[in-house]
Ligand binder design. Structure first.
Ligand code: ZN
Length: 222
């Protein structure tokens, strides 16, 4: 199914679908659960267009490559291109905010890390970025005071608060634009708090963004 960004009424947003730019290790509690170290410069990686899919459809996970972990993250949809942007320019380029999963093949990632190889095989495969609808930015106050939750089969697995990000949303986007030109229609995934773990076929997954929305979906095999 061809992916398109949608708004809170389920209507397509008139922006192209481009890339996803992600940050790793942006919450201390997740760094600790992974026994990782804090990166001096933000740890950035990308997912291609084919990674994006609508989370309201089933979450189709690879079934032959070891555990596939949930990482629930606040997502940001950009409406303008950014290159070496100031924080003000970054703030003005935001179309809206939603949630996304940075699906991660954890054993594959472990092997890649051990070998010093890049992470794409573990994180950038097709459908590795299931995305929610986006709520227009005007509906938001302080982006550094948003809570978000993921439950699996009615059990809370992840409970995040953007105040706890090491690199906050606006400065992060400005920084990303110094490394990669960001384009209208790009999505930024802003990092996961603790609570990552394996997804299983048949799991019922519910995600909530503050008071904005709660959405339920299901895990299937591809
Ligand atoms: Zn992540």
């Amino acid at each position: 199914m061809t992916y398109q960004h949608i708004d809170n009424h389920g209507k397509p947003i008139a922006l192209p679908v481009n890339k996803v730019v992600c940050i790793g290790r942006n919450y201390l509690d997740h760094i600790n659960e992974m026994n990782s170290t804090i990166s001096e410069a933000p740890l950035l990686f990308m997912k291609p267009k084919a990674a994006m899919c609508n989370i309201a459809n089933d979450i189709a996970i690879p079934t032959t490559l070891g555990p596939c972990h949930n990482e629930l993250e606040v997502s940001v949809l950009l409406k303008k291109g950014l290159k070496n942007a100031s924080e003000q320019e970054a703030a003005e380029a935001i179309w809206g905010i939603g949630l996304g999963l940075d699906l991660t093949l954890r054993e594959v990632q472990g092997a890649l890390k051990k070998d010093g190889q890049p992470w794409e095989r573990a994180k950038s495969f097709d459908n590795s970025a299931p995305l929610s609808q986006f709520i227009p930015i005007d509906a938001f106050g302080d982006l550094d005071d948003l809570t978000f939750t993921l439950t699996i089969n009615n059990e809370v697995r992840q409970s995040g608060h953007t105040a706890l990000m090491l690199h906050k949303i606006i400065p992060l986007i400005a920084h990303m634009s110094t490394i990669f030109t960001l384009d209208a229609g790009d999505v930024v995934l802003t990092g996961t708090p603790k609570g990552v773990g394996p997804l299983f076929e048949g799991d019922i997954v519910s995600i909530s963004l503050h008071d904005y929305f709660t959405l339920e979906t299901k895990v299937t095999g591809e």
